[in-house]
Write a protein that binds this ligand. Structure first.
Ligand code: GDP
Ligand code: MG
Length: 158
């Protein structure tokens, strides 16, 4: 077995959370941000953005052979999105729980999609599906301003 090495320099876990065009258009930005704030995660990057087609195709590259892919790219590029980086131990899995299942009709009440959505093709929000993808997605969006000193204390025990 590989030796267990203490990783004092392990990067802080990050999730890329994006409010999709339907969420922005319906005025759900505050609702979505509020849920992550109340949970206690730390917001370290935020911008409103119109996603170019090429970036949308890269972002959803794993799905490029699915029949709904062209419609998905049309949807994501149809209006401004709100891009965020949320940070904290376990943030990726916890955000997926807060967001709920892909299909809002199957998502549990209490989740963002379960409370606020009706259709897979209009499901309000994106969240990274693994810590590795969290780092990749937050990196590719260039959201974290170099040297930014975020003064919000998300977790008072830290
Ligand atoms: P997620 O990780 O829960 O967002 O789901 P996936 O990674 O599987 O799919 C990415 C996005 O593609 C989803 O959030 C949906 O917006 C969209 N999507 C997935 N499946 C379908 C589908 O069957 N039909 C349509 N129209 N969109 C879909
Ligand atoms: Mg996904």
């Amino acid at each position: 077995d590989a030796p267990v090495v203490a990783s004092a320099s392990a990067p802080v876990e990050k999730s890329y959370i994006m409010i999709k065009p339907d969420g922005v258009q319906r005025g759900l930005v505050g609702e979505v941000i509020g849920r992550f704030e109340r949970k206690g995660f730390k917001l370290v990057g935020l911008k409103m953005f119109r996603c170019p087609r090429q970036l949308a195709e890269e972002h959803y590259g794993e799905l490029k052979d699915r029949p709904f892919f062209p419609k998905l790219v049309d949807y994501i590029t149809s209006g401004p999105v709100v891009c965020m980086v949320w940070e904290g131990d376990g943030v990726v899995a916890s955000a997926r729980k807060l967001i709920g299942k892909t299909d809002p009709l199957e998502a549990d009440p209490g989740t963002i999609r379960g409370d606020l959505g009706l259709h897979k093709g209009r499901n309000v929000v994106h969240g990274s599906d693994s810590p590795e993808n969290g780092l990749r997605e937050t990196g590719e969006e260039e959201l974290i301003t170099e040297g930014m000193n975020v003064s919000v204390t998300a977790n008072p025990l830290r």
